[in-house]
Design a binder for this molecule. Structure first.
Ligand SMILES: [Zn+2]
Length: 277
């Protein structure tokens, strides 16, 4: 959505088109410098969200964070920025922080995943209670980790059933990696892998995006719902799976003026079989 006019205005704009959940950044999404949210500002934001009945809401961490970074300096900065993001989430009352699984930087997937797991193992005890870190499946470009449901399942298993971790499932990324979300048959296979290796109970948030690039392209470009390669039929089939009632479904469709946001919301509601409330 448009970010014009500050937090309260943005939340109001979302509520006006019927949003019941929201994802936002705290601080600069493309910078290293952590924003330390003070309690007064956090309280203000909590109240705005409450006023518009938006819950649960999700904080997306900054894009530079790479918990498998090859360079010591970047790994260190990533840890600091993630820790501050978890603390900000706690202050603002967000139960979830989303992070991308990161990139192995040329050392190979096995080493990259090992480092990702050991970094999380060290960081998890420092997190405030009540906030879970959700690993978002990636579009699988280049050296990026976490494109396959199996690899995310392995991370979650390695860190234990009770770890404050889960999956944020991005439909466009899964499609770009090669999971066929556009057909009932393809979905059956993809969901089979997802439920077997990750488990439905670990899926906490869904990013509902159509894909502007073909299946298997490993390119991350989102499209408006029904206008991309997944298409309406794919999303309808996707929402026939027995998702929990309270699972946040979040749009990350291109920002092209408020008209499209309302259309995407309407389509999402019709795919999910929900009436305007
Ligand atoms: Zn996403």
């Amino acid at each position: 959505m448009s970010q014009k006019g500050g937090f309260a205005r943005n939340v109001k704009r979302a509520a006006e088109i019927g949003c019941q959940t929201l994802q936002f950044f705290v601080g600069n999404p493309t910078g290293w410098k952590p924003l330390v949210l003070d309690e007064e500002e956090a309280e203000k934001r909590r109240l705005v969200l409450k006023e518009h009945d938006i819950f649960p809401y999700v904080i997306h961490s900054a894009y530079l964070i790479n918990l498998a970074a090859k360079k010591e300096e970047f790994l260190h900065k990533s840890r600091l920025l993630l820790q501050q993001t978890m603390e900000n989430a706690s202050l603002i009352g967000a139960p979830y922080v989303v992070v991308h699984v990161g990139s192995h930087g040329g050392r190979g997937f096995k080493k990259g995943l090992e480092l990702f797991i050991s970094t999380l193992e060290e960081e998890m005890p420092n997190w405030p209670p009540g906030v879970e870190l959700l690993l978002e499946n990636t579009a699988g470009a280049g050296t990026s980790l976490g494109g396959s449901f199996i690899s995310i399942g392995n991370i979650l298993k390695a860190l234990g059933e009770d770890a404050p971790l889960g999956l944020c499932l991005d439909t466009a990324h899964a499609f770009a990696v090669g999971y066929d979300f556009s057909t009932t048959e393809g979905l059956k296979k993809a969901m089979g892998e997802l439920f077997e290796h990750v488990g439905m109970e670990k899926i906490k948030v869904i990013h509902v995006n159509d894909s502007a690039t073909p299946r298997g392209s490993c390119r991350d470009r989102h499209a408006h719902l029904g206008e991309g390669f997944i298409g309406s039929e794919g999303f309808k089939a996707f929402f026939r799976y027995p998702w929990p009632d309270n699972i946040p479904a979040i749009l990350e469709t291109p920002e092209m003026g408020s008209g499209w946001d309302a259309i995407n919301m309407e389509r999402l509601r019709s795919y999910a079989g929900k009436q305007e409330s």
